[in-house]
Design a protein around this ligand. Structure first.
Ligand code: ADP
Ligand code: ZN
Length: 732
């Protein structure tokens, strides 16, 4: 595809440009002097402004050429490939989002607008500031934390929350250093011919198959399933090696930025150099370079977050989605997309291979294997004959735990034995903050967010209450906001911070570390904490689901789950799948190195089928039961669903629109779909906007996107109202 010569528009010829502005579609312009090729990144006039866009195709209107405004400039970057344009179009159609929203994802960085050459960047210098102010301290603290990173001036000022003048004021003393960096220094060359680790027989068989797939060429998806520690990473690195040696580009998606550092080290060990990185923790300057290097085919391997799917690879050969079941692959803001689905769409357009790796695959991927759409490869044992952890339930009905305490005597004993042996324990509770509820013991009222239908959660380390929906915080109140009585505010239930308190009381001499996303200001700080724990810097780790994601803690031999039943509450049809995955994942953290591991799950319902499946590890059985239930209910992956959320400052406006849609459901019924609702969304108000939801359920094969578009097209959305469509929503 990439080798075809693109269509060239002669000077003055009419053409269509898709801009990043929220318009209905492409606009017609005239090719500039010198002409322009299809896919080129261009600047065009829009009203009085100059905006960026991409030459998308032939002119659409039949305006006389003289009436068209000319393209103002062509950017000095490779044009967007036909594969990329087709991908964006399909992705827009699949997620029912406007094409421009997709284009924006692909043009997230101002990178394409830059001319090559040098630019000025800023980093920590070795001088002392001549004068210390709060603003200056902020800048220096940030640079200290991100030693080695180079920032553009405005980015540095923004991140530190100061004006650019403050940064400039730090230059004469040398406290901040200015460096000239080439815009597009090439990445170090990865050498795919370097030998990898000798593989175990099942690894070798899997690696050979993946290599064969790549050699054969063409699109295809493989589910690489293997327990934690079975060596999946080593296997897919072989596929990366094959891809690189064919001169194509590879992308590895990770669900969590903190996982990148370990992965980069493994890539370096395997290929002799580190790859390009793309995620929110990378500076803008680096992202610009990455964008350009990817577009020019210089960056051969990218490791990144889901948005790296939208980079301009001209020769993409492989996409790996590691921990493919991870819910963070679903983008829940702006354009609602699943990175796993998008990886498959993109690969299909590029004739690339996809590897989905997981110890606990999503039901979606299981179903695709079953339907023959994906291949499946299994690694059945841990590498090096390491034993799998032993999983056991602690029946909380038989344990005596004082009020306001959650660690059972059995778990306490197990932790004590690890401490004696000099091994690490993990106390796992998937709840951020100190306590999920704060209430007044005088009037019984809970503290709720002003703008959301959500409770405020106490974060004791921050000494504040926080809303987990909108992120707003306020000081912990002394007096009850409802009744005004003083000194009666009390925490109810455990959060991870409260568990840390209990651990400190039970084991005053142990070194404890809390891992929860809100406790780290940056991905880098989190990465450092993870590395310190891995190196043995803590005896007891208290963590949320953050620790379940692929981190390698070689000294960890015990996982204690405080509340294994937590995820099973609520009527969500995905609850069982999520709980199963999370519990199996977190249990898999135990005993990775040469020490056997144990996972103890505190539960009040040890006979619950999901808990039993978690303990026995009977995945096939669990999956069969889950599949049967979903099939009977006609929900994903055996049926299609879409969630339509309508939000408005006025509840009645949102409901009126919801009702109007419900009344016009015939276009959906024609394709066999049914509509439920409108009903208040699971969180009925966020940031002051009332939220109403309709759920559409359709048979698997129904052409649902087209029908949805026609359905929604029948109503006028008031200006104050937002309507979003979520294909295959996370909860239903
Ligand atoms: P997974 O991705 O399935 O969790 P990894 O690929 O991370 O498993 O492997 C688990 C551990 O075993 C890692 O420390 C890795 O370096 C090691 N390992 C895996 N395969 C091999 C191999 N063939 N030779 C040596 N060490 C290996
Ligand atoms: Zn809120």
């Amino acid at each position: 595809m990439a080798s075809m010569t693109p269509r060239r528009f002669a000077p003055g010829e009419p053409l269509a440009v898709l801009t990043t502005q929220p318009l209905d579609g492409a606009l017609d312009y005239r090719a500039p002097e010198g002409g322009v090729v299809l896919g080129a990144f261009v600047e065009v006039p829009l009203g009085p402004r100059k905006v960026m866009g991409v030459v998308w195709g032939e002119a659409e209107g039949d305006w006389p050429v003289e009436k068209l405004r000319p393209v103002l400039g062509v950017l000095d970057v490779p044009p967007m490939t036909p594969g990329m344009r087709a991908f964006l179009e399909r992705a827009a159609a699949y997620t029912l989002t406007p094409l421009v929203s997709m284009l924006r994802l692909a043009m997230r960085v101002p990178g394409p607008g830059e001319k090559p050459g040098k630019r000025r960047l800023y980093t920590l210098g070795d001088g002392e500031p001549d004068r210390v102010t709060d603003a200056r301290t902020k800048v220096l603290a940030l640079l200290e934390e991100r030693r080695g990173d180079l920032f553009a001036l405005s980015e540095l000022a923004d991140l530190a929350g100061v004006s650019t003048g403050v940064v400039k004021g730090l230059l004469p003393s040398g406290a901040v250093a200015e460096v000239e960096a080439p815009r597009d220094a090439p990445y170090p060359v990865l050498d795919p011919a370097r030998p990898g680790k000798p593989l175990a027989p099942d690894q070798q068989a899997a690696a050979d198959l993946l290599r064969d797939h790549l050699r054969t060429g063409g699109y295809g998806t493989t589910l690489l399933k293997g327990v934690t520690g079975s060596g999946k990473t080593e296997v897919y690195l072989e596929a990366v090696a094959e891809c690189l040696s064919e001169g194509r580009q590879a992308l590895v998606l990770l669900p969590e930025i903190a996982l990148t550092s370990e992965f980069l080290k493994r890539v370096e060990a395997r290929f002799g150099a580190t790859p390009a990185e793309w995620h929110s923790g990378v500076t803008q300057a680096e992202r610009r370079r990455c964008w350009r290097m990817v577009a020019e085919g210089q960056a051969k391997l990218v490791v990144g977050a889901r948005s790296s799917l939208f980079l301009p690879y001209p020769r993409l050969g492989l996409i790996v989605v590691d921990e493919e079941h991870d819910t963070s692959y679903k983008q829940e803001d702006g354009v609602l997309y699943s990175a796993r689905d998008m990886a498959v769409l993109r690969a299909a357009e590029e004739g690339a291979r996809v590897v989905l790796a997981s110890a606990t695959p999503s039901l979606e991927s299981w179903a695709n294997v079953e339907a023959g759409k994906y291949d499946r490869l299994d690694l059945t044992s841990r590498f090096g004959e390491r034993a799998m952890p032993v999983l056991r339930a602690i029946d909380m009905r038989a344990e005596t735990v004082p009020a306001g305490r959650w660690i059972s005597p059995t778990l306490r004993g197990a932790i004590a034995r690890r401490l004696e042996a000099g091994e690490q324990s993990l106390v796992f509770l998937n709840r951020r903050g100190y306590a999920p509820v704060t209430l007044c013991r005088a009037c019984g009222q809970q503290v709720a967010c002003h703008q959301c239908d959500a409770r405020m959660v106490e974060h004791r380390f921050l000494k504040r209450l926080m809303c987990h929906q909108c992120g707003e915080t306020r000081p912990m109140p002394e007096t009850c906001p409802s009744c005004g009585i003083e000194g009666k505010m009390a925490p109810v239930g455990p959060g991870v911070e409260r568990m840390a308190e209990e651990v400190a009381e039970l084991f005053p001499d142990a070194r404890a570390a809390v891992l929860s996303s809100d406790l780290f200001g940056s991905a880098r700080a989190l990465k450092a904490a993870v590395e310190e724990i891995a190196a043995g810097g803590a005896d007891i780790v208290i963590g949320t689901q953050l620790v379940a994601k692929g981190h390698n803690f070689p000294l960890l031999t015990l996982v204690g789950v405080i509340d294994a039943d937590l995820g099973l509450q609520g009527g969500d049809l995905r609850a069982a799948e999520r709980t199963f995955q999370l519990m199996r994942q977190v249990s898999g953290r135990a005993g990775r190195a040469d020490r056997p591991g144990e996972a103890l799950l505190q539960t009040y319902q040890p006979e619950h089928p999901v808990i039993r499946a978690i303990l026995s590890g009977d995945e096939e059985g669990f999956w069969a039961a889950e599949a049967a239930e979903r099939r009977a209910a006609g929900v994903p992956p055996y049926g299609r669903m879409a969630g339509i959320v309508i939000s408005d400052p006025e509840a009645s406006v949102a409901f009126d629109l919801g009702n109007a849609l419900a009344r016009r459901a015939q276009v959906l019924e024609e394709v066999g779909a049914e509509v439920w609702g409108p009903a208040p969304a699971p969180i009925a108000r966020i940031r002051g906007r009332h939220r109403v939801r309709l759920l559409v359920k359709a048979p698997r094969q129904a052409p649902i996107q087209g029908a949805l578009a026609r359905w929604i097209g029948q109503v006028d959305v008031p200006r104050s109202t937002r309507l979003s469509v979520d294909i295959d929503p996370q909860s239903f």
